[in-house]
Design a protein around this ligand. Sequence first.
Ligand code: S3P
Length: 442
Amino acid sequence: MDTIRKINYTVVPGGVLKGTMTVPGDKSISHRALMLGAIADGETRIRGLLQGEDILATAFALREMGVRIDLSCGRDVRVQGVGLNGLCPPRRPLDLGNSGTSARLFAGLLAGQRFESVLTGDASLQRRPMQRVVTPLRQMNADLTCTEGGTLPIHIKGSQGLKGIHYVMPVASAQLKSSLLLAGLYAEGRTCIEEPVPTRDHTERLLTRFSCPVDRTGRTVCISKTDKLTAADITVPGDISSAAFPMIGACIADGSDITLQRVGVNQTRRAVIEILQMMGADITLYNEYEPGYEPVADIRIRSSRLHGIAIPPRLVPAAIDEFPAIFIAAAYADGLTVLRNAAELRVKESDRLQAMADGLQATGIHATPMEDGIEIEGGVMRGGIVNSCTDHRIAMAFAIAGIRAEGPIQILDCANVNTSFPGFVKTMQAAGLDVIEEIDDV
Ligand code: S3P
């Protein structure tokens, strides 16, 4: 029988975060750099690639389709591009683990190939909505199906030729937009995607970097069928979604003063900074510059007294992955924090509105989940036991919460932290968080 490795964290209150730190490479950019490098002509070099399990899922799937990816030099990776039509049929279903980005983006990329493929993933990924990509890809003439419930596995038949469409996205989703842009590389004519609100634009920026410009007019992005992408040198900035944890830890732990170096601060991702500043956080950006295709900055955070706010709906998509951490800031703020228009949080790696409300209640904070949001009354966090629901961001959110709780917080099922923030425990210990990792082989 297989052993299952369970990892739990215990955080003892009282730490202070100090010094400078770097966070792992941006997850969204790392996926896209690997995928575009794989279908480009020539060798793509990626510096600072995230070494998390989600990214390895993308890398292994590409290797299964004949792409040579040299991961032997740690974060400095080389991809031998096979060209737009050079991928080979996979011999087995592509297991994308916990990674929603891999599943949605591969659906678009593989819809344009002449061979069959099957996409699957772990229990959490198998519960997440896939119909949102299957419906428009079918309108583009792709032959693919998911289950009746709109979930994985996705079966993709060999393409008979895709056609461009104009698609109005019913949800604000960068994964959906990116899936259609990748399919658009193979579709006759133009593929245009209209977003309800702007979502992260890493695919557009990287496509331009790989010599395939994307046009944007207002909320609509368009791509035309292309003959080739050209390999590029990519440096991946630090992931602001990972930076959010030490950032909020430093806001809430008295006496903290940390600087996070070379973090990506793309406008479509940085709303966590604006939300925290509205709550009274002391955050300053230094050395902001745009070395290539994405802006980066050093971010200094000093502890300060926070107050609750109504989070403006316009900021929701640009902070979508940071809400578990932001809810911890709200738990320690004076007064009420209200979030609405965030129903997408229910279909992430876990139902993040429910998982966070449960964890906050278990540790003594009043939190009321709503259909599309949550209300959190700032107070005293007692400590206790929290179930991460196998969601990396729930686990890391409660780990940083523990810095200021009245008693220890134990967080169960934290193995998936490795999907996005390998080395989280060591990095946070070095910064001053009193966290230990217990490994249980069951
Ligand atoms: C991502 C987009 C977001 C985000 C996810 C990564 C991406 O998902 O939550 O972690 O890389 O495009 P949606 O597109 O579903 O909003």
